[in-house]
Every structure is written in structure tokens, then in C-alpha cells.
Design a binder for this molecule. Structure first.
Ligand SMILES: Cc1cc2nc3c(=O)[nH]c(=O)nc-3n(C[C@H](O)[C@H](O)[C@H](O)COP(=O)(O)O)c2cc1C
Length: 391
């Protein structure tokens, strides 16, 4: 009998991904910079929030759908951009298909292993995410390529400060997979035969290039080649953000905002959305959990732009807590990466189904009939929970 690949929580997906993936690939997904204070707080902070449930007069029908950046989504959960080289042969295309199957948006990282053309072709609700890499002309060329491929929104991620030390040791990521490197990684591969088999069945080797950063008529740079270009690029100003927003013209999200004053500047720069985010704890360690910074930002700019959050979302109840604090939706990173690592596209669908079930239970138990009815009154909030940064 075939093994049942279905899992009931994201924690179980993570356990299975750990067993299946090459240890260095798994380690790259765990990530978290330096001591891991921020990645830990992203999750710990959700545990500090409680619910105040009702028991009778509950609603048989619950509406979970909403809209973000002009896209209707079947539930308030979106795919956050990650470069998922080497997790699965179908990589971001599998994630995009899963998101489409569950009626939500896909965001493709410009550092991803699959092209925007392939990814947008399987999900009409695709956004393209860029970092500030290269000259203005190069940025526009990459942006226009994404638009031509069908991207419906642009996400600019600015929270990156090139910190690279990790107390638990960074996994070795090769520049490219040539014969020499494959021999070096062979012992790891032999301990993870199912991961090898997935690639062998697909007739592929893990692609460590960044096809969305290919110059016209040139070749896709390697991940590290692209990273080098990024490190040499002059850092953007708020005027640069406003300029890029204008070039794009459509729905535009600034991702990585943690401070109230930065949120206000983002509004001034004309963005349509922000994600309150600390890059999943991969950027500046000691930044507080992003859910702590959400409410003050919503209070400051929530009437002017759409505010979503990401960081630490592992269950539907986390989504409900974020919405009760005023987020329009959340974006998930590792949750879907664990699903992808555990069981490919079906694993990502499985994760989205788990989140949907948890959101529905939360809305039901809190006595509402729609995610739009969630409010701060539904929560038990410990004193000192919030962090109003830059207020
Ligand atoms: C392995 C990995 C790669 C990531 N790559 C990107 C990226 O290319 N662009 C980006 O904007 N964010 C990137 N992120 C951050 C995610 O978009 C998101 O902010 C974060 O994962 C949310 O936290 P969570 O993993 O706890 O859900 C990455 C995160 C991880 C774990």
C-alpha cells in the first residue's frame, strides 16, 4: 500500500522535510541569523496571544475570502517570496500551482530558481519580488519582464543588511552543481535517497542559478554572482522607492517594514501595501517578532494602505491573531517550504488546507461569520506585548 503522505500540522511537515531533504538544504531553510533571537521571537510572540471564545450562537457559515493588492483570495494567506533552489525539482512552479489550486497569490523571488514566465503561467495571481540590485535601467528591465510575463503586483523587499553569521553554523551552499561538487555532496545525498530520487525521476539536477536576473541575451547568473552584484549596488533612498513605484504603476508592496515612521514614509512614497516583516528572522537579529510591531503600524497607516504581516505563521490560529490585530492577510514562508520539502505541490496544498481549517475554527470559535469581523476584542493580550517602533 502506498505510504500516506498527508500530514496534519506544519510541525509534522517540518519533521518530514527534515528527514527527506539534504541536511544542507534543510539547514538553508531553517536559516535565522546570528543567535536566532528574532526567528524565535517571531513564533514565541504568537504564543503570548490568547483567544476569548464563545460557545453558543455560533455561525454555520464562515466567509474566509478577502482581497489584497487587487487580487481576490480564498483565504487571508499569501505565499511569501523565497528562493527555493534545490528543495524540489518543480520548486517555485509547484508552489505556484498549489497556491492557484487553493485560490491564493504566489510571490516569486527574483532570486528564485524558476522563471517568472513559468511561474505566472500556472497562477494568474502572481506577484514579482525584487531587491534593490543593479542600476535603475536594470531594475526597470527586470520589472518590465515580470509585467510582460503577467505579474499583477510588485513587491520590493528592503530589509536586508548582509549579516551572515549563524551560531549554529551556515550550511555550505555550492556556487554551482558540477561533477566535483556532486562528488563532495554525494555522502549527504546517499543519506537522503528520496530527495535524490525526486530529482532523478524529474531528470534534473538542482538549479542554483537565478533566471529572473538574466541580462538580455546573456546567461542566468549564479546565486552568489547575483548576491555579489547586490552587495555592490548603492543602497536605495525613499526617493528611489517612490521612483520604482511610479515606474511600476500598479499594486506595489514594500516588504520588511517594522517601524511606524518607516510605514508613514512608505505611504508618502505612494506604495499600496506593506508587509510588517523582519524577513523571517533572517536579517538583523534582535529585531522583535513582527506580530508585536503590527498593531501600532495598523493604527498609524491602516486607513491609507493595505497592511499584511509575515514571520512565524505556522497555524491557522496565528493567521486569526494577525487579523484580529488588524492585518488584512498574512504571508507565509517556511510553512509552505516544509510542505514542499515533505511532499512537493501536494505538500504545499496540504499546508494551505491546514491553515484554512485553523482559520475557520478560529472564526467559528470566536463567534464570527467572516474573517472581516475579527477584532482586538477577540484576543487576550499580555501586558508589554506590543512594540511601537519609531512611533
Ligand atoms: C529560505 C528563505 C528564503 C527567503 N528568500 C526571500 C527572498 O528571496 N525574498 C524575500 O523578500 N524574502 C525572502 N525570505 C523571507 C520570506 O519572504 C518571509 O518574509 C519569511 O520567510 C516569513 O517568515 P516565516 O518563514 O516564519 O513564515 C526568505 C525566507 C526563507 C526562510
Amino acid at each position: 500500500m502506498a505510504k500516506n503522505e498527508w500530514f496534519e500540522t506544519v510541525a509534522e511537515a517540518q519533521r518530514r522535510a527534515k528527514k527527506r531533504l539534504l541536511p544542507s538544504v534543510y539547514g538553508a531553510l531553517v536559516a535565522g541569523s546570528e543567535k536566532g533571537l528574532t526567528i524565535d521571537d517571531n513564533m514565541a510572540a504568537f504564543s503570548e496571544l490568547g483567544f476569548a471564545p464563545h460557545v453558543a450562537g455560533l455561525s454555520m457559515k464562515r466567509e474566509l475570502g478577502t482581497t489584497v493588492m487587487g487580487q481576490e483570495i480564498s483565504m487571508p494567506v499569501m505565499i511569501s517570496p523565497t528562493g527555493v533552489q534545490a528543495v524540489h525539482p518543480e520548486g517555485e512552479v509547484a508552489v505556484s500551482r498549489a497556491a492557484a489550486a487553493r485560490g491564493t497569490t504566489m510571490a516569486l523571488s527574483s532570486f528564485a530558481s524558476k522563471s517568472i514566465e513559468e511561474v505566472a503561467a500556472v497562477n494568474p495571481k502572481t506577484f514579482f519580488q525584487m531587491y534593490w540590485v543593479g542600476t535603475r535601467d536594470v531594475l526597470v528591465q527586470r520589472m518590465e519582464r515580470a509585467r510582460a510575463a503577467g505579474a499583477k503586483g510588485l513587491i520590493m523587499t528592503l530589509d536586508w543588511s548582509f549579516s551572515n553569521g549563524r551560531d549554529w553554523g551556515s550550511p555550505a551552499i555550492p556556487e554551482k552543481l558540477d561533477l566535483k561538487t556532486m562528488i563532495k555532496f554525494a555522502p549527504e545525498g546517499l543519506r537522503r535517497p528520496r530527495w535524490l530520487l525526486d530529482f532523478a525521476k524529474a531528470g534534473k539536477i538542482p538549479d542554483l542559478t537565478t533566471p529572473n536576473l538574466t541580462p538580455p541575451g546573456g546567461e542566468a547568473p549564479t546565486f552568489f554572482g547575483a548576491y555579489g552584484e547586490w552587495m555592490q549596488t548603492p543602497l536605495p533612498t525613499w526617493e528611489d522607492v517612490a521612483w520604482l513605484r511610479e515606474q511600476w504603476g500598479g499594486p506595489f508592496m514594500l516588504k520588511g517594514v517594522m517601524r511606524v515612521d518607516d510605514a508613514r514614509r512608505a505611504v508618502d512614497a505612494g506604495v499600496s501595501a506593506i508587509s510588517v516583516s523582519n524577513h523571517g528572522g533572517n536579517n538583523l537579529d534582535s529585531t522583535p517578532g513582527s506580530i508585536r510591531a503590527l498593531r501600532p503600524i495598523v493604527e498609524a497607516v491602516g486607513n491609507e494602505i493595505e497592511v499584511v504581516m509575515d514571520g512565524g505563521v505556522r497555524r491557522g490560529s496565528d493567521v486569526v491573531k494577525a487579523l484580529a490585530l488588524g492585518a488584512r492577510a498574512v504571508m507565509i514562508g517556511r510553512a509552505y517550504l516544509w510542505g514542499l520539502g515533505a511532499n512537493g505541490q501536494a505538500g504545499v496544498e496540504n499546508v494551505l488546507d491546514i491553515l484554512r481549517g485553523g482559520i475557520d475554527s478560529g472564526v467559528l470559535g470566536l463567534g464570527h461569520s467572516s474573517v472581516h469581523d475579527l477584532s482586538i476584542d477577540d484576543l487576550v493580550i499580555q501586558p508589554g506585548f506590543m512594540r511601537a517602533l519609531g512611533a
